[in-house]
Write a protein that binds this ligand. Structure first.
Ligand code: ADP
Ligand code: MG
Length: 376
């Protein structure tokens, strides 16, 4: 346990929050910050990024540009990040000059699937069997222990299903290894899940933790397509999902928002999969269906304000608007009275790119039971 420190005062209105990363998560955080009276300064390598478009200031520089980082540290009151692949060295260059929330611990644990799995187990969240793999013979040994099917993944920099292969038959092994090596790899048992669930928690500077209702996620082409809130789960599993993400937030000593992706097994138990130490795509519904959404919670935590209420006042279905298909769906969605639509301002509607999302609000308990909500 870290010894208690005197609580720093919350950031005064008008203070500046620095955000590493220029994507949609930073954009929605900056919009939430503006509503609380804060300015944001986005640091990112891409011009006209979604976050820069809505922020008071920006620095266009690479994450290893130490001079730009030093100037950035001078011009902001606190720093956060909006994606977990910010190099650890970047945060290290800022720490000591300006408070960084969350800090390097959360970042480094979540950048590597092996440290992440060890951390989850230590935090009391069960995970599927896994083995570290650094050679084809280690892979064959791992398969002998874990069996097939199994999933081979790069330990770092995977997202939206990139950097992984499902091994179903012995003849899948060599080509998958050839494609993914020489990067460090992990073999995971294939989980025959009945649903994919996520939990989202915020942890304040004072250690208070707030959790949202568990969420059920459906993917298309490995990209999140739909999130249902609340998840259609037995009450014990819904409680366990909240408890698991709260355990993760506390064990990471994170200040900010964290998401935990989980698999629901047919027996109602949950296995942890991945941690994202930041607001998460599966939490976008909270913006419109909760008193305090995930982006506002993140800003509240980072600014040292008390957390808001995560209470849900509507059932919700979130649809991601991805690529040209998402662009085509926009006019009809933005016209609907039961939908709150969000667009990220990206320059091109490239295939597989997340361009926006739509939150469809339904009366409380509309998602309960077996009724499938009408697709939208
Ligand atoms: N061990 C596993 N067993 C079954 N399905 C898996 C397993 N690991 C990943 N998947 C599937 O692949 C998707 C992406 O994997 P994930 O580990 O979340 O990586 P990322 O989201 O970083 O690409 C998951 O949402 C799930 O549908
Ligand atoms: Mg994932």
């Amino acid at each position: 346990m870290t010894p208690p420190e005197p609580m720093p005062a919350p950031l005064a209105p008008g203070s500046t929050i620095g955000i590493l990363g220029g994507g949609q998560l930073g954009r929605m955080s900056a919009l939430a910050a503006a509503r609380l009276g804060y300015r944001c300064h986005v640091f990112a390598p891409d011009a006209d990024s979604p976050g820069m478009q809505v922020s008071a200031a920006h620095t266009l520089a690479e994450y290893d540009d130490l001079e730009a980082l030093a100037r950035f540290a001078e011009s902001v009151d606190v720093v956060t990040f909006e994606f977990e692949n910010v190099p650890v060295a970047t945060l290290r260059a800022l720490e000591g000059r300006v408070p960084c929330r969350p800090g390097n611990k959360a970042l480094s644990v979540c950048q590597d699937r092996i440290t992440e799995k060890r951390f989850l187990a230590a935090a009391g969240v069960p995970v599927a069997p896994w083995r570290e793999v650094n050679s084809e013979s280690e892979l064959r040994d791992a398969i002998a222990e874990i069996g097939l099917p199994a999933v081979l993944k790069t330990t770092r920099l995977g997202y939206d299903g990139r950097g992984q292969a499902v091994l179903r038959r012995p003849e899948d092994v060599a080509p998958a290894f050839a494609r993914l090596s020489p990067k460090p790899l992990i073999l995971e048992a294939f989980v025959p899940f009945s649903a994919e669930i996520s939990g989202i928690a915020a942890r304040g500077l004072d250690g208070t933790v707030a959790t949202y209702d568990a969420i059920e996620n459906q993917h298309r082409n490995h990209i999140l397509a739909l999130s249902f809130a609340p998840a259609r789960l037995p009450p014990a599993a819904a409680e366990a999902a909240r408890a698991h993400v709260a355990q993760v937030a506390a064990a990471l000593e994170l200040v900010g928002v964290v998401a935990l992706e989980m698999f629901l097994l047919p027996d109602g138990s949950l296995l942890g999969n991945e941690i994202a130490p930041r607001p998460h795509n599966s939490g976008h519904w909270t913006m419109d269906a909760c008193l305090c959404g995930q982006f506002e919670q993140h800003i509240r935590a980072v600014a040292g304000l008390p957390l808001g209420s995560p209470a849900r006042h509507a059932d919700a279905v979130m649809r991601n608007l991805v690529g040209p298909e998402g662009l085509a769906a926009w006019p009809a969605l933005v016209a609907r009275a039961d939908v709150v639509a969000h667009w990220y301002g990206k320059a091109e509607a490239r295939t597989g790119r997340k361009l926006g999302h739509a939150n469809r609000l339904l009366p409380m308990n509309a998602l309960a039971g077996d009724a499938q909500p009408e697709a939208f």
